[in-house]
Design a protein around this ligand. Sequence first.
Ligand code: ATP
Length: 248
Amino acid sequence: MIKVVDLYKSFKDQAVLRGVNLTIEEGCSMALIGGSGQGKSILLKHIIGLIRPDQGRVLIDNQDIGKVRGRPLKQLKERFGIVFQGGALFDSLTVFDNVAFPLREKTRLNDSIIRDKVLQELSRVGLSDAKKKYPAEISGGMKKRTALARCLIMNPEIILFDEPTTGLDPLISKAIHRLIRECQKSLKFTAIIVTHEIPAIFSIVDYVAMLYNGKIIFTGTPEEIKTSLDPVVHQFIHGELEGPISLK
Ligand SMILES: Nc1ncnc2c1ncn2[C@@H]1O[C@H](COP(=O)(O)OP(=O)(O)OP(=O)(O)O)[C@@H](O)[C@H]1O
């Protein structure tokens, strides 16, 4: 279980997180939504231990990731996978080698086992035929699939997705969402997905959390957020220009 407790973070005089509380149960998927610049990526970075909070805690199964150091921190971080917005692929490596990369870097598995594992992940994400291609030769959707395969190959218990469908057309975006959902259900990892894909994201997650003015102002199921009477939540998810959210 991931528990964010009363988390505060400021940069100089800008208070970004102002008492964030959030719980994500093991094996669940949660969309983290909120306006641009509200601190979603900063919150993700705290959850994975890349940033230390000014105040508050992030507990991963009761271990405070802001407090552990050395080997225990490394072990904790190994439980995470991240799928970055742009995919963060290595341009000079083929799809196969991109997916093999973490196994070659972080394990002592032999080439034949690595090959089997890579082929299995490429098959899972529908990229078996693209293994010899370079990132420049594949579509945006295929890059996202490669990034997902590279993340899955390490069997993470928790995967953080930072805008996994940005820049994709609606159909490809839908296919990536469905793939994420299928992988999450079959592999049972915990997923946190930062996204602006509203309402599309609602069909693939168990819960939605909304960050606004430094706090989580809503957590609930997709059905609950769709019918929320909170004026800020309502305005945001319906994309209305009039309402309490000021558009700067
Ligand atoms: N290292 C940093 N130093 C100073 N300010 C930062 C730093 N990182 C982020 N910020 C600020 O914190 C705020 C929140 O940024 P963040 O990237 O988390 O927003 P976001 O909700 O993910 O936005 P978007 O939806 O546009 O990606 C922004 O105003 C940003 O400028």
